[in-house]
Design a protein around this ligand. Sequence first.
Ligand SMILES: [Zn+2]
Ligand SMILES: [Zn+2]
Length: 332
Amino acid sequence: MTITFFGTSAGKPTKQRNLSAIALRYEQKNEWYLIDCGEATQHQIMKSDYRLGKLTKIFITHLHGDHCYGLPGLLSSRIMENISTPLEIYGPKGIKEYLENIKKLTKIKLLDYTEIIEICDKSDSTSCHEDNGTKFNFDTFDVEVISLDHGITTFAYCFFEHISNGSIDVKGLESIGIMSGKIYGDLKKGKTVLLNDGTKIEPKEFLLEPIRGRRVIIAGDNCKPDILGDRLNNLDLLVHEATFTQEVFENLEEKVKHTTAKQLAIAAQNGGVKNLIATHISPRYIKNPAKLQNDINLLDKEIEKYFKGNYFIANDFDAFLLDRKSFELKKL
Ligand SMILES: [Zn+2]
Ligand SMILES: [Zn+2]
């Protein structure tokens, strides 16, 4: 599975960082998914090897502009390119009204071949009156939706891949002289095979162990990473905001509902997260700033101090591979 960052800035873009947008692609699927769609996400997509025609699902974490102002432009380009692949957009209540109003005012088709699925915020009874569920089941993975703490309805999307059946131990079978063919198919179906010389081959001897699914959480803006609770236990990958360092946050005149690098690192460490990617970086953090407190390396150092697992601070166009068998995360 590959996770590619199209935007890693918080609130407004900088010369180095565009606004929130993350692509997720499973190697076994010929399609990809987008989590958030900040302004100019389609420009970033054009600079990558991802194509709009293969995009089948968009998950919007919340309706702040830095996470969804890129949607109308992206949808409009789909129409202009005559893309008729069905697209599903998941997001909080209000996303339908937002897109339908743009469609009405701009008089373009915008939502052809597109279905919008609004999700209830179960922690806020006023946000949605229908119980349309917080779990979606797809063919290779399920998505669980968790409500976060950010002042407006905001979600984390938990991508839980299904377990994959054990494959045939080809090397083992070849070593006893059995090449591919019907026997492989029978063993895979769990049938005992009787060879011409009378030898019995039991399927359990030549089926490799099933592989458990990868567990990844991509969270929207949030001031309490602990809210993810037990889902952090042995989590293969957490992608979460770290907008400020602790020192900068403490000196903000107006407090905002965001997480510091220190808070994220502690929550990930206590929860037992294996791999962590911090994103949604305040525009103040750059390399070699005039003010020392705005040095991007300070975020890195803060996470390193409190989190002992494997971690990265995402930059635009960084791509990461979460291995299907080893569950290790590496930067591509
Ligand atoms: Zn944001
Ligand atoms: Zn926000």
